[in-house]
Ligand binder design. Structure first.
Ligand code: PLP
Ligand code: COI
Length: 365
C-alpha cells in the first residue's frame, strides 16, 4: 500500500458551538460522549491504495446498506489519549504502539494495511485542529478513537476492496463513575472472550459485541466490569471486557497473565506498567493464574491487590470479585493498595509530562 502524496484537505467547522459552551462541556465531559468538532477520513481503494485524506467537520457517514462492515463486521479500532501538560502543550503516549497494533489487527481481519506514519499523521492532525477540546489535566484527557471499516457494497463473504480509516475524538473524564475508589468485577464462567486461533489479540469490534451479554450479567449483579477465563478449562484468568488485569502478591510480586496463548489483547498500558514496575524494583511475573487460586489467595491474604489497566481505565483497583458461586474481597475492598497507587501515579506522571520519560514514550503534538 502507498502513503498518499497529497496533504490532508482541511474543511473547518464553521457553525460549531461557542467557546463558552465547549468549555462547559470540556470541564465535565463524562466518557465517550463529548465529541470534538472534526474527524479525519482517509479512503482505501484496491489498486489505488490510501487516498483522499481529509479533515472535515464531524458528521454522519454515508454507507451503502450492503457495506461489508454492516454484515460481516470487518471493523477494527484503537483507543489512545492526548494529555494536556502543565505548560499547556499536548502529549501523546506511545502512539506508534497503537499504530503498530492497528496494522496487526488489520492483518488478522484481512483489511488494508495502513502505514504507521499515516496513522500517526492523522491522529496528530486531529488533535491539533481540535486542541481546545483537550481537558485540563485535573479534569481528564482527550480520548482518541481511530478505526477502519469495510465500505465495499458486496454480500459475498470475502475481504472488502474498499475501506475508510476514520479518527474521531472526545473529551473524557474517568471511565468508571466514581461512587467508590474500587470497582466490582463479575467472573464470567460461561461465555468466553477468545480462544486459541480466534480474534482475541485483534482489537476488532466483534470481540466487544460478544462481551456484552457477560457485561450485562455482571451489571445485574452490581459489577462494572467482567473478567473472562480461558476457553479450554474456564479456569485461567485472561482479561476483562475492555482492560487487562494485574495482581500484587504478598511478597510484592506483580503478576499478570502471559500473552503467549494468543487470546489476550496486547495492552500498551499493560506493557508500560510492567516496565515501570521493573524500574521501581518490583519482581514481574507473566504467568497463568487460576481463578480458584485467586479466591484462596484472597482468603489467606497472599493476594494483596488486584487492578484493571488500559487506556480508558488507566489503573483501576478492584475491590470485589463476584460470580455465580459467591463473592470475594481484595484488601479492604474500598481503597487502592499502595503498589496500585504507586504504579498509577508513576504512569500518569509520565503521561502528563510531570516526570522524566526515560523510555521516550511521550510525543508532543
Ligand atoms: N484489553 C481489552 C479487551 C481492551 O479493550 C483494552 C483497551 O484498549 C485493553 C486490554 C488495554 O489496552 P491498552 O492498554 O492498549 O489500552
Ligand atoms: C480503551 O481503553 O481504549 C478501550 O478500547 C476500552 C474500552 C472499554 C473503552
Amino acid at each position: 500500500t502507498t502513503a498518499p502524496n497529497t496533504l490532508f484537505k482541511i474543511t473547518r467547522k464553521t457553525d460549531g458551538i461557542s467557546a463558552a459552551e465547549r468549555e462547559r462541556i470540556v470541564a465535565n465531559p463524562g466518557f465517550g460522549r463529548a465529541f470534538t468538532d472534526h474527524m479525519v477520513v482517509i479512503t482505501y481503494t484496491e489498486g489505488r491504495g490510501w487516498h483522499s485524506p481529509e479533515i472535515m467537520p464531524r458528521q454522519p457517514l454515508v454507507l451503502d446498506p450492503a457495506a461489508s462492515v454492516l454484515h460481516y463486521a470487518q471493523e477494527i479500532f484503537e483507543g489512545m489519549k492526548a494529555y494536556r501538560a502543565a505548560d499547556g502543550g499536548i502529549l501523546l503516549f506511545r502512539p506508534e504502539a497503537n499504530a503498530r497494533r492497528f496494522r496487526k489487527s488489520a492483518e488478522r481481519m484481512a483489511m488494508a494495511d495502513l502505514p504507521e506514519d499515516l496513522f500517526l499523521e492523522a491522529v496528530s492532525q486531529l488533535v491539533s485542529i481540535d486542541r481546545d477540546w483537550v481537558p485540563a489535566p485535573e479534569v481528564g484527557t482527550l480520548y482518541i478513537r481511530p478505526f477502519m471499516i469495510a465500505t465495499e457494497a458486496a454480500l459475498g463473504v470475502k475481504p472488502a476492496s474498499e475501506f475508510k480509516f476514520i479518527v474521531i475524538a472526545c473529551a473524557a473524564g474517568e471511565y468508571f463513575s466514581k461512587e467508590s475508589a474500587t470497582v466490582s468485577v463479575w467472573v464470567e464462567e460461561n461465555a468466553v472472550r477468545a480462544s486459541h486461533g480466534g480474534t482475541g489479540t485483534a482489537k476488532c469490534g466483534g470481540n466487544y459485541a460478544a462481551s456484552l451479554t457477560a457485561q450485562m450479567e455482571g451489571k445485574a449483579h452490581g459489577c462494572q466490569q467482567v473478567l473472562f477465563l480461558d476457553a479450554q478449562e474456564r479456569r485461567w484468568l485472561e482479561e476483562m471486557g475492555g482492560m487487562n488485569v494485574m495482581m500484587v502478591m504478598e511478597d510484592g510480586t506483580l503478576l499478570t497473565p502471559p500473552l503467549d496463548g494468543g487470546t489476550i489483547l496486547h495492552g500498551i498500558t499493560r506493557d508500560s506498567l510492567l516496565t515501570l514496575a521493573r524500574d521501581q524494583g518490583l519482581t514481574v511475573r507473566e504467568e497463568r493464574y487460576a481463578i480458584d487460586q485467586l479466591y484462596s489467595d484472597a482468603a489467606s491474604g497472599k493476594l494483596k491487590e488486584v487492578f484493571a489497566c488500559g487506556t480508558a481505565a488507566v489503573v483501576t483497583p478492584i475491590g470485589t470479585f463476584k460470580s455465580a458461586h459467591g463473592e470475594c474481597t481484595i484488601g479492604d475492598g474500598q481503597t487502592a493498595g499502595p503498589i496500585t497507587s504507586r504504579l498509577r501515579q508513576g504512569l500518569c506522571d509520565i503521561q502528563f509530562g510531570r516526570a522524566p520519560d526515560p523510555h521516550e514514550w511521550v510525543k508532543r503534538v
